[in-house]
Design a binder for this molecule. Structure first.
Ligand code: NAD
Ligand code: ZN
Length: 360
């Protein structure tokens, strides 16, 4: 099955399609009643030149009015100024409440387009066409949308579910290796949270996956979406279980802040996973062998398990400043075996420092 159904609200579901080109996009939209609408494709300066024409062509089967909004690639565009420019384009092109936005790109495009769709005319429909591995397995599923504000990441946003997620997995062939590795960081994380067999499959098939064996990529991306969708369906607004998805992110975010210019998100998450694994091992929840297995999984996908040039005490301070604090206690995700995780609020500063020392 090349399709997965995800719950939206009430009895409404939306499909995630795993495809190898754009040829079934129009059909998928028809199936969701998304034809005959004005469309605006939102993309960035890297993805547009690569895929805009093909997507436009596919969409022309279901819409006669297609406009495109392109912004400069990169996290620094994920802000209200870009959203403002998007609104301007939507107004100029006469997009109305029945119109549809198409997010064609990575997580930056997806988050920004979703937020635009959530707020334009008090909310219009949008679909996701994710082109990075990270967006395919993580950001396009779950309905979190938003932009950064001043120095604060994802500070302004809304929950807004897409009507359809359509991935052409072959877009991964043009993705830079480092960006591919970042997606793998989130995939390893997902396996570690709740599916040890999946984690081991991903580690075992490392060579084939890195060489973009599409059959294995499709299996992997699909399973990852299934896990994330399940977690999100049970806890859409992050009141409980959804917090598990932050495995590796507590220390990871701190490293990301301090290493802003030199490391990507998924790379910091990998270092954070190793830190969380170390802490779990120190608590007797993981064996030394399991800890090494997690480290090797990251290394095999060219993800850092060690970050140079950081002062552990500074990482600790940054970790404690993160917004995932609850009444002074850090919400830390620990592993209880590979593929089992839980939220813990008893992690002490000394423990945190020792796992930070392990990766710095
Ligand atoms: P991104 O969108 O910036 O893409 C990374 C780079 O790859 C960009 O330069 C982009 O232009 C380029 N690119 C994209 N697809 C390509 C392709 N097929 N070929 C060649 N180049 C391509 O970053 P990302 O890693 O996809 O996403 C990161 C963003 O996602 C962050 O802003 C993060 O906050 C957000 N995010 C959101 C959620 C969520 O639940 N909403 C979850 C995780 C991350
Ligand atoms: Zn992440």
């Amino acid at each position: 099955e090349s399709k997965l159904l995800v719950k939206r609200e009430g009895d409404f579901h939306y499909p995630i399609c795993f495809e190898e080109d754009f040829s079934n996009l129009a059909q998928a939209m028809l199936g969701e009643g998304l034809s005959d609408r004005k469309i605006c494709i939102v993309t960035d300066s890297n993805v547009g030149p690569l895929y805009e024409e093909a997507v436009k062509k596919a969409l022309s089967e279901v819409s006669a009015e297609i406009s495109v909004f392109t912004f400069e690639a990169g996290e620094k565009s994920k802000n209200l100024d870009t959203v403002s420019a998007l609104y301007q384009t939507l107004i100029s092109n006469g997009l109305d409440r029945k119109s549809l936005l198409v997010a064609l790109g990575g997580g930056v495009v997806g988050d920004l387009t979703g937020f635009g769709a959530a707020t334009y005319l008090r909310g219009i429909d949008f679909i996701q066409v994710p082109t990075t591995l990270l967006a395919q397995v993580d950001s396009s599923v779950g309905g979190k949308t938003g932009v950064d504000f001043q120095q604060y990441k994802n500070m302004v946003g809304a929950f807004h579910q897409p009507r359809l997620v359509y991935m052409n997995l072959n877009t991964l062939t043009t993705l830079p290796d480092e960006q591919f590795a970042c997606g793998m960081g989130e995939i390893l994380k997902t396996g570690l949270i709740c599916d040890g067999d999946f984690f081991r499959f991903v580690c075992r098939e490392q060579k084939e996956i890195k060489s973009l064996n599409m059959k294995l990529i499709a299996t992997m991306v699909r399973r990852c979406c299934e896990i994330k969708a399940g977690v999100v369906e049970r806890d859409p607004k992050e009141q409980g279980e959804r917090a598990l998805l932050n495995l590796g992110h507590t220390v990871g975010h701190a490293v990301e802040k301090l290493k802003n210019l030199s490391l990507l998100h998924g790379q910091c998450v990998a270092a954070g996973l190793v830190a969380a694994a170390y802490l779990s091992m120190k608590r007797g929840l993981l064996t030394e062998q399991e800890y090494q297995e997690i480290r090797k999984g990251c290394e095999d996908y060219d993800l850092p398990v060690h970050v140079d040039g950081l002062i552990p005490e500074e990482v600790l301070a940054a970790t404690k400043k993160d917004k995932k604090m609850e009444q002074g206690h850090i919400k830390f995700i620990l592993m209880d075996g590979i593929g089992k995780s839980f939220i813990d609020k008893t992690v002490k500063d000394e423990e945190l420092l020792s796992c930070i020392q392990e990766i710095t």
